[in-house]
Write a protein that binds this ligand. Structure first.
Ligand code: PLP
Length: 348
């Protein structure tokens, strides 16, 4: 009698424990079937990635789209109680900063050997915590109709954007939220040196109509004629051009920077095995082809993924020798952003 009641109590306790675990979503069955992805590219590309992964694996993905700097801030804010598993996409610099700050996990994918050198170098420089998934060069898009209406000669260089006739006609994102705009800040500093670079950014400020949150927004605005010039990655302008926008994509004559779009696994990921499944899959040609299908024309990192014919040819662009280790370091990124806030953003 005594033995029976004890086993009944144990059975009841165990049933309550399982029900609680299921409700909390922390039981083994729930953990096997879920993944939370923080997606740093355009929503149009995030969605088909999630759909294809869910279809292939049966894993249920919860996805949030944000800009690169915003995802970094979220991962940092949640570090004591991580909610995300994989951070896929966005420029490499905040991924590098997160790696240095121990916010992301080390992982060596079996797919690493299939990647271009620049993607593997990102992995090495981040001590195995971030890997390159695509690359693309920075530039600007010019709405040619608006330029002609204003009687401004063809724009070819960074210096041309200081033309007073372009007052309130240049749009770029805020480098705090946007990896695109941080790439521009770091590019200008590397091309001109820090003092002259900040002089340039202050002068450019007179022509800037808005610092947007998302890096690709200025490309869209230029395509719609809401601004004459939008500074963004060249592939973002190509997305508009293939849809018929009257935009010319310009790789500036002084040279320009580029990004290594990256992926990281978040430290303390609740669904670590599934995060690794996503990570390995996202490095395959099959997954990377979804970019071009979504009109995202970056250069993919797996050597076997076809480079979309629309992708700007990086070999034909005057690229600077971008120092990803320096400009992705925590101290440098914080310092440059604070300086830009203090000296540029709030100028009249
Ligand atoms: N979307 C596309 C198509 C990109 O190429 C990039 C760069 O990595 C981003 C978004 C990043 O956006 P943001 O500048 O808003 O961080």
């Amino acid at each position: 009698m005594h033995v029976t009641s004890k086993s009944a109590r144990l059975a009841a306790l165990s049933a309550v424990a399982s029900a609680t675990a299921l409700l909390a979503g922390s039981g083994p069955a729930a953990a096997q079937g879920q993944l939370t992805v923080y997606c740093g590219v355009q929503e149009e590309w995030c969605r088909p990635m999630v759909d294809a992964f869910e279809k292939q694996t049966g894993i249920k993905v919860s996805m949030t789209r944000k800009s690169s700097g915003e995802i970094y801030a979220q991962v940092k804010a949640e570090s004591a109680n991580p909610k995300g598993d994989v951070w896929w996409g966005g420029t490499g610099d905040p991924h590098m900063q997160a790696a240095e700050e121990g916010l992301t996990e080390e992982y060596k994918s079996p797919k690493l050997s299939e990647l271009n050198d620049w993607a593997v170098r990102q992995w090495e420089q981040s001590k195995g915590r971030a890997v390159g998934i695509y690359s693309g060069a920075l530039g600007y898009g010019v709405n040619t109709k608006m330029l002609a209406q204003k009687g401004i000669p063809e724009l070819k260089c960074w210096a041309d954007l200081l033309n007073p006739k372009l007052k309130d006609e240049v749009q770029v994102a805020d480098p705090n939220s946007s990896g695109t705009a941080y790439t521009m800040l770091a590019t200008i500093v590397q091309i001109m040196g820090e003092d002259k670079g900040f002089d340039y950014l202050k002068a450019l400020h007179k022509n800037v109509n808005q610092y947007t949150k998302s890096g690709a927004a200025p490309a869209k605005a230029a395509s719609l004629g809401e601004t004459t010039v939008g500074i963004a990655f060249l592939h973002d302008h190509v997305t508009m051009i293939v849809d018929g926008a009257p935009v010319k994509a310009v790789a500036p004559c002084e040279g320009t920077g580029y990004e290594i779009g990256s992926m990281s696994i978040i430290k303390g990921a609740r669904n670590l095995d599934n995060a690794k499944k996503w990570y390995d899959w996202a490095l395959t040609p099959e997954a990377q082809k979804l970019g071009a299908a979504a009109k995202s024309f970056q250069v993919p990192s797996n050597k076997a993924t076809p480079v979309p014919k629309e992708s700007p040819n990086l070999a034909e662009i005057k690229l600077i020798n971008f120092d990803f280790a320096k400009y992705g370091s925590s101290a440098e990124r914080k310092r440059l952003l604070a300086k830009w806030d203090a000296e540029v953003k709030n100028l009249p």
